[in-house]
Design a protein around this ligand. Structure first.
Ligand code: TRP
Ligand code: ZN
Length: 871
């Protein structure tokens, strides 16, 4: 049974480390067939731990070869230590000593992309969360912080660039073609922030002067062919550095800041001290090859990793249960940065949509966990939307409750108190309590309780007294291991509008009780409440709005987010009604009120195009699924497609005018206004294409051929490729391939466009693509484009009635699990939601999960997700 080897780790079992490592000296001999690592650790007993007779326990991957082990120069024989299941134990060691350890690694065979591995011929590392134990034996836990000095030795011709954390302090050559560089990082850090890179890399260099006058060299490394795609990341980095000085008073603390782009990477990017390693998809940007979404991602991720230098590196996590301490806070920081650089409202809409579609689904599924989880089998499975995105919402609520001034005082105190320490989410909240004098103990339930709270709101208005009363009830459904939830403390931002749209009240209520009443006096006429403005808490809201009230809010709300939200609520209601009709065999309808409301938005040239595009985008199939009692993929798809087609025909002239208005002919620029125009233009084109009329196909083809940027080219490609014009679609896909086959990131888009093609035969198409030369099952970006792309953005076909989509995915997971468990476990997500579907589909999905469960030797990653899903 595979279950035995996968133990569960509990937060309540936390013990401080018995041994500390003040200094770590590493020497890497990088060679083609293997790498030798010599580690010298200055070990001393932790004075804070009473029992000094504890054995020294080091983590080390089972597959790692131990070549030599010594204490203060004395070689240890195999009988002097015990080695089992990822752990090395040495009894009776002195109070302080030097441990030397030599390990032999096989980076070129490392397909898990954790520890030391090769990406396109260059050496690189990924140590978070527990990758360092694949490099050497070490107390690989974030509360053991050490000063690292690292020497890299490699062939000079193949690996002219040798990088590690900190500053280069020495280098030389051996006269036989090999050279070496020594790096010294003065800041103590946990092992998960260690990094090295060795390769033949080009670089873009710039510099930055911090507020206090420190000169910092900024270096972004990539393959030579990508050198022209680094300017945007560099500008974003400088913007982020300036922003963190201004908004948080935080400066950079080394002489060099390096970013390296690698093509084989499990996640987006990694904040290693002074040496960030990035997935190429999160750093390379060029108008010709990168979409607007890609540009925004680069800006956001560059800032995110930079902000970690304080929220994560200078102040780090005590244990991995505290992951949201750094991730939630840092996502909040990068979201605010992006809001300041672009449109605040649009950024908020994007983030709320991500929460509502994906994080709420996670909260309602078998892997649901609190922002600070209580247990895990494999920590990699907890780099989730809950820890990142919901964690950021929790920090945002603190910001809302305290106000920005007190919040800044709180973050200052947090950084000052805990600089150089490994701490907990309680320490973060304690700093906020200290500066505000508030009791946040109830607020902390956001960290310990899983599930999405529901607010049920009702109201009464008394014409005679002018009193308006809001009743707010909160509840939270059970989640695994948590049957009953206590009420949360949360901000409820809101306003009251008169029927004509005039604002009568704007403010923020605080909820703490299960049921609360709020009274407003001197209200001249029955108001319409605008609730949960700006998505002030990550909750679901139930208030029985009339259609007229929603349309009034869509026109007049002073809160841009809630204007959009009112429109979305109205569309969701209409779509749900069409789903009902579809199932009942009744004809579906698109009501005139919707058409006229949309006409108004579409023709009002005074509105921001980005906002109009957000408002005119129907809620996705994924979001409609999340909202459904039981998910009916066919009805969701049919209702949404019906509505889109009806809106396309009814507003054809208006779509064309909007297209023409936004098609300014200006050269590409990556600013918010230009991106907004492109998003409305391409939305308009998508509706025009839905009419199925030849002239619009011509328009799309023209856009494809004449655009100077990937946003417009790819939008046109995907519209034609997904349309009924199959021949033209195939022709453009072929042309696109010819044009871009040597650009890996563009080829990911090419795969992804085809994976999400909703026309019949979808599974056969993705199956064929999985043997295409541009596809590479070892590369996570390719897997995400094709496999995750099909499962997440082609729901109708993934959930085919015969279960073929499920079986195909399970086949992939079993195959990938042997190669890259982290990716295999991530791709599993869609199958974990099986209980939300009709009995037939649920049974088919469950059968695939069971088939995986019955497989011998699942990784801990996949085992944890599969076993929890079947519970
Ligand atoms: N700390 C990284 C980030 O936010 C996340 C990360 C990068 C990661 N690579 C990883 C997590 C590999 C787990 C495994 O921004
Ligand atoms: Zn992060």
């Amino acid at each position: 049974m595979s279950s035995k080897q996968h133990e569960t780790i509990y937060l309540e079992d936390y013990q401080p480390p018995a041994w500390l490592i003040s200094h770590t000296e590493l020497r890497f001999e990088l060679e083609e067939e293997h790498t030798l690592v010599r580690a010298q650790l200055s070990v001393r007993a932790n004075p804070a731990v009473a029992d000094k007779r504890m054995p020294l326990e080091l983590f080390g991957d089972e597959a790692m070869e131990l070549c030599r082990l010594s204490i203060d120069g004395q070689i240890l024989e195999t009988c002097d230590y015990q080695r089992d299941a990822g752990c090395l134990r040495i009894q009776n060691v002195p109070e302080h000593f030097t441990l030397e350890c030599v390990t032999r690694l096989l980076p070129h065979e490392n397909t898990a992309l954790e520890g030391l591995y090769k990406s396109d011929g260059m050496f690189c590392t990924q140590c978070e969360a527990e990758g360092f134990r694949r490099i050497t034996f070490f107390p690989d836990r974030p509360d053991v912080m050490s000063v690292f000095r690292t020497t890299l030795v490699a062939d000079k011709a193949r690996y002219p660039v040798l990088l590690s954390n900190g500053n280069p302090v020495d280098n030389g050559e051996d006269g036989e073609g090999r050279h070496w560089v020594t790096w010294d990082d003065p800041w103590p850090k946990p092992s998960y922030l260690f990094a090295l890179v060795a390769g033949d890399l080009a670089l873009l260099e710039d510099n930055y002067t911090t507020l206090s006058g420190r000169e910092v060299a900024l270096r972004i490394y990539a393959e030579r062919k990508d050198l022209d795609k680094l300017d945007y990341a560099m500008q974003s980095l400088k913007n982020a550095m300036r922003w963190d000085e201004g908004v948080y008073g935080r400066e950079y603390d080394l002489d060099i800041y390096m970013i390296v782009a690698v093509d084989f990477f499990n996640m987006g990017a990694m904040e290693n001290k002074g040496l960030n390693i990035f997935n190429t998809s999160c750093v390379l940007a060029h108008p010709k090859t990168t979409t607007d979404l890609g540009f925004q991602r680069v800006e956001g991720v560059v800032a995110h990793e930079y902000f970690h230098n304080w929220s994560g590196n200078r102040v780090t996590c005590r244990d991995w249960f505290q992951l949201s301490l750094k991730e939630g806070f840092t996502v909040f920081r990068d979201a605010e940065f992006s809001a300041d650089m672009n449109s605040r409202t649009v950024k908020r809409i994007e983030d709320a949509t991500l929460l509502r579609t994906a994080q709420f689904a996670e909260d309602g599924g078998p892997m649901a966990h609190p922002v600070r989880p209580e247990s895990y089998m494999e920590i990699s499975n907890f780099y989730t939307l809950t820890v990142y995105e919901k964690g950021a919402e929790v920090v945002r609520m603190l910001h809302t409750l305290l106000g920005s001034e007190l919040f800044r005082k709180g973050s200052d105190l947090y950084f000052e108190r805990h600089d150089g320490q490994a701490v907990t989410t309680d320490d973060f909240v304690a700093a906020m309590e200290a500066v505000s004098g508030r009791d946040l103990s109830q607020f902390k339930r956001w960290y310990s309780q899983a599930g999405t709270p529901l607010l049920t709101v009702s109201d009464q208005y008394d014409e005679h007294t002018g009193e308006y009363c809001l009743n707010v009830r909160q509840s939270c459904p059970p989640s695994p291991g948590q049957e009953h939830k206590q009420p949360y403390h949360m901000p409820l931002a809101m306003g009251l509008l008169a029927e004509d749209g005039a604002e009568l009240y704007a403010g923020c209520l605080e909820l703490t009780g299960e049921e609360q009443q709020f009274r407003f006096t001197d209200i001249a006429s029955r108001p319409v409440p605008s609730l949960l403005r700006g998505f002030s808490a990550p909750v679901k809201l139930d208030y029985q709005y009339s259609d007229a009230q929603l349309l009034m809010l869509l026109r007049h709300d002073t809160d841009g987010f809630n204007r959009w939200d009112a429109g979305q609520r109205f569309c969701i209601r209409l779509l749900q009604e069409q789903m009902r009709r579809y199932r009942a065999g009744e004809p579906m309808q698109c009501p005139d009120v919707l058409i006229s409301a949309w006409r108004e938005l579409l023709t009002d040239a005074s509105l921001e195009p980005a906002m109009v595009a957000q408002c005119l985008e129907l809620p996705s199939e994924a979001q409609l699924s999340e909202l459904a009692e039981q998910i009916d993929v066919t009805a969701i798809h049919a209702a949404r497609e019906f509505m889109r087609a009806a809106l396309a025909t009814a507003l054809e002239q208006e779509w064309l005018q909007a297209y023409q208005r936004c098609d300014t002919g200006a050269a590409y620029a990556a600013d918010a206004a230009s991106m907004g125009r492109r998003s409305l233009k391409n939305l308009a084109l998508s509706y025009l294409m839905l009419t199925g009329c030849e002239p619009w196909l011509e328009l799309a083809r023209q856009q494809y051929e004449q655009s100077d940027n990937m946003t417009d080219q790819l939008a046109a490609l995907s519209l034609v490729a997904h349309s009924g014009f199959r021949e033209t679609g195939a022709e453009l896909l072929q042309a696109f391939y010819q044009q871009w086959q040597h650009e890996a990131l563009v080829m990911n888009q090419w795969l992804s466009v085809q994976a999400s093609d909703p026309t019949p035969g979808a599974l056969a198409r993705v199956q064929a693509l999985s043997t295409h030369p541009v596809f590479d099952a070892r590369n996570p970006n390719k897997l995400r484009a094709l496999i995750a792309g099909f499962c997440a953005r082609n729901l109708f076909h993934f959930h085919a009635e015969d279960g073929s989509g499920y079986e195909w995915l399970a086949d992939w997971i079993l195959q990938l699990d042997r190669r890259n468990p982290q990716i295999a476990a991530r791709l599993l997500t869609p199958l974990t939601r099986w209980k939300r579907y009709d009995t037939e589909r649920a049974a088919l999905m469950q059968a695939q999960l069971q088939r995986m469960m019955d497989t011998a030797e699942l990784s801990a990653d996949v085992y944890e997700v599969v076993s929890k899903s079947l519970m």
